[in-house]
Design a protein around this ligand. Structure first.
Ligand code: LMR
Length: 396
């Protein structure tokens, strides 16, 4: 039977990892998949994580199942991290946390929850969005639509976005990126979030907020502005949070699905449904990543160290954004790529065309997603002159 099955090209983002490994160009630069890199191009284990793991190794007494919602100790620290230490939502017991295999796992839980519990509701995603959003929601059987997000001049198209949101059928789901929009790096301002809230409320739309990069934009609290605004001012919201990135524990797949309901009673109802969805997908989430996060966030000293390391990462990325634009100045391209310094998070929608991206790969060994998305953390003092020269060459 398998002889009828066709081979398909691999995932466009993950495929870059293999392609980059195979390239023998000594000057090659990896601006592909969204992982943080230090000045040497490595993705080291954070010091706070190492310390937490030492403790876990010494103190672990069992590897039994942790339950479909995951470890309660993990939910206990993630909820205040996402919703705020003194959140009215938490005080009213309106939010439920379900540990998941990464932010992607949380999105998959959200998709199955919507498909089974809110049948017939469509989902609206930004154009562009993380390509995997398309696959996750359509494979769950949800109809997917797009709202504009970037204009032809590679700027945030907030007017276009808002106008489109105003036309979405009542009750549909709107996927928003909390911060560090993937792939563009264009984030909403606080007043723009307020306008989005007004439309969601008016149109009775359900927000699904993807929060994969908390701490990489402006700060842990600042990046949560939109999430908290919507959770506190709407009856219902879905949040998919990731600790895989801000704790640098990518391979431990550490995420959380947070459902916000109108009251504690309804929260328990939806929570019971999420347990079934998790059970049917993978039963129980893997424990280790969540254990690392709760070990750190239950300890003041480790929390301080982790925050310091996260700040270092964020500052480095934001400095590199400015340095990139400066490196292009001698080529007369600083204006053209000025948006890179304004965007936030791991990614930049550079405005490079697919053809230019192909040339950068083939002629210079520089790898990025064909949409022109670059992982800014892949820039370094050492490779910026080379990158600038290559970008100038493909702009001639
Ligand atoms: C990315 O967009 O590069 C990351 O979110 C990794 C992934 O899974 O695609």
């Amino acid at each position: 039977m398998f002889e009828q099955i066709e081979r398909v090209p691999g995932d466009a983002i993950l495929g870059l990892i293999e392609a980059f490994k195979k390239d023998t160009n000594p000057q090659k630069v990896d601006l592909g998949v969204g992982v943080y890199r230090d000045a040497e191009g490595n993705t080291p284990v954070m010091r706070a994580v190492k310390k937490a793991e030492d403790r876990l190794l010494n103190n672990e007494t069992t590897k039994t199942y942790i339950g479909s919602h995951g470890a309660p100790a993990y939910g206990d620290v993630v909820l205040p991290m996402v919703l705020g230490a003194d959140s009215p939502v938490l005080n009213a017991k309106r939010a439920s946390a379900t540990q998941s295999p990464g932010g992607t796992g949380a999105l998959r839980l959200a998709a199955d929850f919507i498909a089974t519990q809110l049948p017939g509701k469509g989902i609206w995603v930004s154009d562009p969005t993380w390509p995997n959003h398309h696959g996750i929601f359509t494979s769950a059987g949800i109809e997917l639509h797009k709202y504009p997000y970037v204009d032809a001049d590679n700027r945030l198209d907030f007017d276009g976005m808002l106008a489109a949101l105003k036309k979405i059928p009542e009750g549909d789901v709107v996927l928003l990126h909390a911060c560090c929009h993937n792939p563009t790096g264009f984030d909403l301002s606080q007043s723009q979030w307020q306008e989005v809230l007004d439309v969601l409320r008016e149109r009775k739309l359900l927000p699904l907020i993807d929060f994969a990069y908390q701490g990489f934009g402006e700060g842990l609290e600042e990046d949560a502005f939109g999430v908290r605004l919507l959770a506190e001012n709407l009856d219902e919201a879905i949040i998919t949070s990731s600790c895989s990135k801000n704790f640098g524990i990518y391979c431990e797949r550490t995420g959380c699905l947070i459902l916000v309901a109108k009251n504690a009673e309804q929260m328990e109802n939806v929570r019971s449904q999420v347990a079934i969805v998790a059970r049917e997908n993978y039963s129980n989430p893997p424990a280790h990543g969540g254990a690392i996060v709760s070990e750190i966030l239950h300890d003041a000293e480790l929390t301080a160290l982790w925050r310091e390391e996260l700040t270092e990462m964020r500052d480095r990325i934001n400095t590199l954004r400015r340095d990139f634009v400066e490196a292009l100045r001698p080529y007369g391209l600083a204006e053209k790529y000025a948006c890179v310094a304004e965007q936030r998070g791991m990614f930049s929608y550079t405005g490079l065309t697919p053809e230019q991206v192909d040339r950068l790969r083939d002629e210079f060994g520089i790898y990025m997603v064909r949409s022109g998305r670059a992982n800014v953390a892949g820039f370094s003092d050492a490779n910026l002159p080379y990158l600038a020269k290559a970008i100038a060459a493909v702009n001639e």
